[in-house]
Structure formats: structure tokens, C-alpha cells
Write a protein that binds this ligand. Structure first.
Ligand code: SIN
Length: 356
């Protein structure tokens, strides 16, 4: 072969290869990563620092660069929405995040969203978005229990799995998902169960939805409560949410915190009672007075599993209280805030607790 023939054959091969790569990339889903901080973006003084590190240090571009394998599963774009430890998450952050997620998912060139987040309040953000995202496209929230500088940091593999999941057709219509530790949990039901271990996220009793394995999502169940595009909540016109606070049940408790919340303007109170949401003699009169003053009262439980039975440990019909069904207190707070943007009717709000 002459040099000229060789050069033109090479040019043809290069062109074919370039278009094959472009074709493969066209086939990949487009996933946007919204970074909000947390341990997944945390740094420690040494590789063995897994306690006492600083959360929310590493920016989204570095998180993406640290996992070059992401390019094989999605066309990834990153956006730094906040850079905070998740104990500092507020209603205002949630409103901003939900609006941005809705904007992005309305675009035809976005197939799914991953949100990197501190693990401490992941379950709350997940449930808030589960009720306010207006799309069936996948939204996956991910975090890490070890900072990015630790040996065996769990962030990179969690991020890889989350991006794979967000780009998966199987995740469409499943509601907002939380994925860490090779497992897929539903935003409605997942909760953090251990202060520090990597397998902390669980859906006790009801069970997680599936696994991330072999670069694929494997689903075995789904939540039947309404979510995302099926909900009636619209954050597009909201700049704030009504004040709802949580009071806790314990032996020898009192109504001091409850009265302070009501005085500070709470429109709703979640009572995380002992057992099946029981009310102590010290707390009950405060809740009754608050209800008479127009504050919505939801009986939840500090137990963490099971249904709080309506008219069980209290006569809810007579007291005009609402029960939280299976929602824990922090999730009941989210539903009550959103419910109060629609109605103050306790019967209508009870219906919402049995719907979502
Ligand atoms: C946080 O929630 O921001 C800190 C803890 C964590 O991400 O694991």
C-alpha cells in the first residue's frame, strides 16, 4: 500500500471511530448532578479520619472527576446548588431545590437527576421532593457515610450507582429514590438507622425496593402511595412554607416546648408520641388548647415503625386531631407543611396522610 492510500484508510478509520463514539454517547442518558454538600463532599485530616471531618468542602466538578467511570453510563453535567452540611437544610433550600429539579426535568435533554446530599436529612429532602417534583423521570438522592478523603470512601461507588439508576428506564415513575450501599430505597419510607455505618439507610419492615448490581438497577417492589407527578402540591408559586414543629414524647415530659412553638406562631404541631402516639396527661391539655386556637395537631410516634391508629390512643374524632399513618415525625412535618398550603381542614388533611 502506498503512503497516500495508507493515510486515506487511516482517515476513514478515524472518522468511523469518532462517529461510533458520538453514536454511543448519543445513546447514553443525560443525567444532571445537583450537589448540595454533605459527607460525600467532605474532607478529613487523614485517610483514617471518618469521624470529626468537615462536610461540604469538595465541589461538584471534583466529585465528577473522581469517578471517570460515570462517562460510560451517562452524559453527566454538574451544578453546585448549595454547599452545606445537611443539618443546615431549611424549607427555603427545599423550595429552591424542588424548583430547580422541576425546571431541569421539564427539559427534553434531561433524562434524570442525581442529588448529592448529607445523609443526616436525606430522608426529609427525599420525601419533600417525592411530594413536589412534577415528573416521572428518575430523581435519585445519594450521599456517603465516609468523607471523600477516607480509605474505602463510599461516595464514588454510591455516586456511580446513583447516576446509573437515574439514567435507568426502570427507575421511571418510581418516585424519588435514595441509593447508597448498593440498595435502592423509596423516599417516602427510607430512614437513617445508624449514626455512622455505611449500611445506615433502611426501610424497616416495609423493605427497600431493590439492588444496584452489575451496573444495573434491579427492582423487586414499589411504593403504592401517590408521589411526584400524581400529587396536588405545587411549589412553583411558593416562597415559604407554614411553620410546623415537632414535640417529643418521653417519660416525665411537659408542655413547655409545645407552648413555646405555639407562641412562636406554629401553624401545625407533630407530636412524636410514645408507643402508638400516646399523649401524656402533662402534654394532652396543651395540644387540646393549641387545636382550639387553630393549630393543626398530628399524632405521630417516636417508635419508627407501624401505623398510628386513628381513635386508638386518643379520641382523634373528638379532639379534631390527625394521625400520621406510618410517617415518622420528620416526614409528617413535611406533609403537614405542604398540606397547609392547600387547606386547614383537618378531615381533608387526614385524607392526605392516607394518600401520600
Ligand atoms: C451531613 O448530613 O451533611 C453530614 C453527615 C453526612 O453526610 O453523612
Amino acid at each position: 500500500m502506498t503512503m497516500t492510500k495508507f493515510a486515506s484508510a487511516l482517515a476513514v478509520c478515524t472518522a468511523l471511530l469518532t462517529s461510533a463514539v458520538a453514536f454511543a454517547q448519543d445513546k447514553l442518558p443525560n443525567v444532571t448532578i445537583l450537589a448540595t454538600g454533605g459527607t460525600i463532599a467532605g474532607t478529613g485530616a487523614t485517610s483514617t479520619t471518618t469521624i470529626g471531618y468537615t462536610a461540604a468542602k469538595v465541589g461538584v466538578e471534583r466529585l465528577i472527576e473522581a469517578v471517570p467511570e460515570l462517562k460510560k453510563v451517562a452524559n453527566v453535567k454538574g451544578e453546585q446548588v448549595f454547599q452545606i452540611a445537611s443539618e443546615n437544610m431549611t424549607n427555603d433550600h427545599w423550595l429552591k431545590l424542588a424548583k430547580r429539579v422541576n425546571e431541569l426535568l421539564a427539559q427534553s435533554d434531561v433524562d434524570g437527576i442525581v442529588i448529592t446530599h448529607g445523609t443526616d436529612t436525606i430522608e426529609e429532602t427525599a420525601y419533600f421532593l417525592n411530594l413536589t417534583v412534577k415528573s416521572a423521570k428518575p430523581v435519585v438522592i445519594v450521599g456517603a457515610m465516609r468523607p471523600s478523603t477516607a480509605i474505602s470512601a463510599d461516595g464514588p461507588v454510591n455516586l456511580y450507582n446513583a447516576v446509573t439508576l437515574a439514567g435507568s428506564k426502570d427507575a421511571v415513575g418510581k418516585g424519588v429514590l435514595v441509593s447508597l450501599n448498593d440498595q435502592i430505597n423509596a423516599g417516602r419510607d427510607v430512614t437513617k438507622t445508624n449514626t455512622s455505618t455505611a449500611d445506615t439507610f433502611r426501610t424497616p419492615e416495609l423493605g427497600f425496593l431493590g439492588y444496584m448490581q452489575d451496573n444495573k438497577a434491579h427492582f423487586y417492589r414499589q411504593v403504592i402511595r401517590k408521589h411526584t407527578a400524581e400529587t396536588e402540591f405545587d411549589v412553583s408559586k411558593l416562597d415559604s412554607l407554614p411553620q410546623v414543629d415537632i414535640v417529643y414524647g418521653y417519660a416525665n415530659n411537659n408542655r413547655v416546648a409545645l407552648d413555646a412553638f405555639v407562641k412562636a406562631g406554629a401553624k401545625g404541631i407533630i407530636h412524636a408520641g410514645v408507643g402508638d402516639g400516646s399523649l401524656s396527661n402533662a402534654m394532652k391539655p396543651g395540644l387540646v388548647e393549641a387545636r382550639k386556637a387553630g393549630v393543626l395537631i398530628v399524632r405521630s410516634s417516636r417508635v419508627g415503625n407501624g401505623i398510628v391508629a386513628r381513635n386508638g390512643e386518643a379520641n382523634d374524632d373528638e379532639l379534631d386531631f390527625v394521625v400520621s399513618d406510618t410517617l415518622n415525625a420528620q416526614k409528617a412535618r413535611i406533609l403537614l407543611m405542604l398540606a397547609l398550603t392547600k387547606t386547614t381542614d383537618s378531615k381533608a388533611i387526614q385524607k392526605l396522610f392516607y394518600t401520600y
